[in-house]
Design a protein around this ligand. Sequence first.
Ligand code: BGC
Length: 376
Amino acid sequence: MHKLLKTISLISILILLFTACSSKEVSNLSQESEPVPQSATTYTGEDVKTIGISMPAAQLERWHIDADLLKTLFEDAGYNVLLSYGDNLIDAQINDINQMIDQGAQLLIISPVDSDSLGPCIENANKKNIPIVAYDRLIYHNPNLLAYVSYDNYMVGQLQAQYIVDALDLDNIDSDRCFNLEIFSGDSADNNAIYFYDGAMSILSSYINDGKLKVLSNQTSFYSTSISSWDTELACERMEIMLSSYYGTNQQLNAVLAANDSIALGVCEAIDSSYNKDNQIIITGQDCDSCNIQNIKDEKQSMSIYKNLNNEAYATFCIVQNYLNGVSTGDDLTKGYDLDFTIRRDSDTYVSDNVYITSYLLSPMVVTNANIDKVL
Ligand code: BGC
């Protein structure tokens, strides 16, 4: 009897151990395959008086406009604002953010140089219960992110690609006709760049596969087309190499998918100096930077994507205000504000460490010579 009891308890222990192991495995597995929603938090801290704003680069026009808009909104509402630019350098941005924390920043608005690498200062902020808003670019590995505010980045790429399809009338051309396209994607450290690329390729891939669009350089993957730091000079150099390698006497270049305006600027410079045919080349862009607006008017660049930065900054301001007034992150953090633009609260696009990050996404629009004066 004693032996039987011993055997039964041994079997029970084995069953228990087995169930414990397998349920752990199942829960890990299900976590990997199905991200979970971000958990809701409500602000419970001290009064916030100082806000730290960290922008990724001073070299690009838009980040100055964003910074000025955010600074004015928060200062007018009575906050002290600390501001820094990362100069496209990860370490510089981490130092700046840690410094702002030391100087008393109680809430941070960050647009990261590299979405993946802010670890050390995120940890520092989390230890001090400092809430963080990811501005325009997502920050990974921070389960406590208050919110992510941006434009619909996938849609940006779709609009650029659809513009090329329509401008070349690809849906109506004879089956034996084709056009030459080259692709210039954004900085691979910037999380937005892959969304722009994926959105564009969701439309362009079928035309490339059908042979209506040819990429003579054969460079079509995200990494082979990526321009580090969104740099104008690098884009110009790559375009020059392509022109001399693939677009000699017999081949025309018909379209360039340029992910943003700083890249489009470099592409236009190379075409100005090193392309010797007079066909019109469709060139896309994004941001409506001042030089590019001029290039659109001069018909050197075909279009840009307009992202109203007043709206992006104001949405961020409303979200922060609501949060500091006790609205839970599980709730709509834009509520109570009469916004005259569309903003979509999205909980199933951006995933970080298997958690869906709550995002607030605005809608981009296409700007061409036909509507530029009305829009800007
Ligand atoms: C922004 C773009 C900008 C690019 C380079 C992206 O994260 O969404 O608007 O052109 O960074 O600064």
